[in-house]
Structures are given as structure tokens and as C-alpha cells.
Design a protein around this ligand. Sequence first.
Ligand code: HAM
Length: 469
Amino acid sequence: MPKKEKIVKAKKVEVKKVVKPTKEKVSKEKDKDASERGKKSYNLLRGMHDILPKDEKYWKPMYQAASDLAAHFQFGRIETPILEEIGLFVRSLGKGTDVVDKEMYNFEDKDGTKVCMRPEMTASAVRAYVMHGMFNMPQPVKMWYWGPMFRHDRPQAGRYRQFHQVGYETFGHADPSADAELILVAFNFYKDLGLPVEIHINSLGTPAERANYKVELVNYYRSKRSYLCEECRNRLVKNPMRLLDCKEERCQTVKEDAPQIINWLGAESKNHFMKVLEYLDELAVPYQLDSTLVRGLNYYTHTVFEVYAADAEISAQSALGGGGRYDLLVEEMGGRPTPAVGMALGLERSILALKQYNEKNHIDLVKVPTEAFVAQLGDEARRVTLKVINELRFGGVKIAFNLCKTSLKTQLELADNLKVPFAVIIGQKEVQDGTAIIRDMESGIQEIVDQKKLIPVLKRKLGKFDDKR
Ligand code: HAM
């Protein structure tokens, strides 16, 4: 027979607020502590960062949004190795790009193979498409990925040497609807996260159209050579399209009167581009035409786009993500001619922008609230408590606990800081009686319940319908 449930008025527990130490203080104390013990403490490599539990409230919804969108738009998950043959990226991204010329983490493997840590994943997806004969599958083949990328970039806010991307690639679909679909996925990703964004878009046409345009572009920039920054003088020879990308003020002025690629596009390319824009109008995706948008990788043809926070003050206006068509890359990499389009979104940069946006607009990310804190007193109780903690998980109650604490007062302070409505307390007596105490944290009123009834009673108190017992 279960014990009769009792209601008891408990003594008020005085609750202290926990004061968190600053980051600097923690770091100094850690160094001092380590050196006192004659040990060395280690820091991160430049440009690297840890993803800490406190940021889980950003990472989790991002993964949720990314995977929901993938499922809805029928992208299958692909994972490829971080290490690939260096040639894969040199050939696909192209010599003359910053990524290939300056930013690759490359080295010779023990067997002499020249390898590199992937700076992006489009090339890997193309390799996988060709290698696994995916052109034999029903087209389009749609893949998505989520993972770390490596670029030996100059670190600054939102720019790291190891960073994460979520990306989506569609193979075997030449129609403008595929371009629009990918832009829509990018737009929806930020919509789900609550960050208003807009798309900057341009068309680079075919390689032949671009080659004609480049002649004109180089002629124009040559005539302005003396105004250009040193980097742009190099670009004039190595990668003229990137002249349009320069952020130096002096080069920005030169850019204003530069020839625009749209005037070099043939009828087919123009038609493709116009159709993409019509789709975006229809979908009410906000966009800006940007005739200077060229992207930093050489594989693009036709549509290119980037995603920016709609509020120009957010993230110093660096792109949150970008992509475009790469209709020739699969063939270049040894596959059959296959049109393709894709995009990737930078996750650290997206979090940074989201934090800035939320702060500016006084938006608090709502964490799923903890419903109960499970506290224990004594060795025996701890053993039973771990079992109860596990049962509560299957019972669908969101709990917190700290088995490292032995004082009830401290545990109730933790519960109070978490603002949980209830604490479940198990001490020596409760272990013997097979009971648990449910404490209403607001009123301090305590009720003794049979452990077997803990979940339904707690759920009833939480106003949750119990469908399990
Ligand atoms: P991407 O523009 O080089 O494109 O990179 C996409 C996004 O990754 C950027 O917009 C940015 O948010 C983030 N990102 C790039 N470098 C860094 C960095 N050093 N630190 C932090 N975030 C960074 C690509 O990677 C192409 N693969 C996109 C694509 C897919 N095109 C077709 N399919």
C-alpha cells in the first residue's frame, strides 16, 4: 500500500543569489593556480574558439532549423572527412582566390600525400557526387551538411580559423527554381531564428560572357591603377573579378564607375537571372541587386548571392552566408556534365548577428524552462535520486540536479536561481519510506508522495496531462 500523501508546511530556507566571477578573474585564477602547482595551463590557438554550454541556446535552435528545413525541402545529410587531397580544393576553388593562396591548412601526410583541412564543403560534396556515381540516381540529388571548416584567415569578430557552416547543395537541376529554392532555405533559416535578413544577388553569366566582361573590367581598372590599393594592383593580374570585392575606401570609389557585368550577359543568362528574381518576388524574399557581387571562389556561374542581416548595423555588414550556381564544376572534377547550385551559412557569424539583433531589440531567447530540481541528502539518498532522475526523464519532466552538492540549503539555492516551480527532495527517511518530498518553491509548502506516484503528481502540479501512467 502506498504511503498516505501528507502536506507539511516547511521552514523557510534563506536563499542566496549566486554571483558569477568575471571571465578575466577566472582566467587569472586558473593561471595562478596552475603555476602555484608547478604546472602550465594552455590557451586556445589563435583564431580558434570553444563552443561553451552557455551558447547551447543558440546552437540547438540553429541545428533544429537547419535539419527541419533539410527534411522539408528533401535534402539528405552528407558527412565527408575533414582531411581531403589538397588538389580537390585548388582545382575547384581556383588559384588566385584568397582561400587557396593564403588560407589553406595544408600539410604532407606521413605517406607523402598532400592533404588539407577542408576550407569549405562544396568541393567535397562534388567529389562525393562523382565518386559515388550519384548521377545514376534520380535527379536532383540534394545534400546538406553541418560541420567545421578551416581557413587560416586573419582572426577578428565573426572570423575564425575554425568555424562552422551549414550548407545545402542541389545537383542535376538547371532550372532557376533550384536557385530560388536554395535562397528560400537560407531566408527561412534566419526567419526561424528570428533574424531579419536580405539577399544580395548578382549573375556572373557563363565563363565566355565573364571573359569578355573581364577584358573591359581590366581596361577600366588599368586606367585607374594609381588610385588602387596594393592588393588590387595584384588582383588586376591574378584575379580581376575580385577587384569588385575590395573593401578599401579608395578602391570603393573606383568601383562606383566600373562596368557592370549584367551588360555582358547573353539572352539565356539574362533570362535565367530574371526568372530567379521573379521567384524571389513571388516568395516575398527581400533582395538587392548588387552588380559588384562576385564571391571569393572561382567555381561560380550564373546566379551568385549572399545573405546579410537586414539591419545594416548588425555584424559590421559581413555576409552571414553565400552561394550560387556552379554548373561546370562536376564535369571539371571528372563527373558527367551536371548543373548544380548551393549555399553555405556561417554559424558563428549567424550567432553573433543574432545576439546583436536580440540585444538591440531587447529580445530574450526563451530557454525551455526547468520544471523541477531534484535534491538529495546522504549517500543512500543519492543512489535512489539518480534512479528517480532517470525515471523523470522518461516521464517527460524537465529537471535539474547537482549530485555534487551535499547540503540541502545549497541545493535549494540552486533551485531558486533556476526559478523552478518545484523541488523534489529525497533524504534518508524518504529512502526508507519509499517516498519523496515535493516542495513548492514559491510557497514553501511541502507534500510527501509515494516515489511510485512522483511523476503523475508532479505532472499534475505542473499542469501537464499525464498520458503515461
Ligand atoms: P563562403 O562565402 O566562403 O562560401 O562561406 C560561407 C559563409 O561561411 C560565409 O558567409 C561566412 O558566414 C562563413 N565563413 C567563411 N569564412 C569564415 C571565417 N573565417 N570565420 C567565420 N565564418 C566564416 C562557401 O564556403 C561556399 N562553399 C558556399 C557554397 C555552397 N557555394 C555553393 N555551395
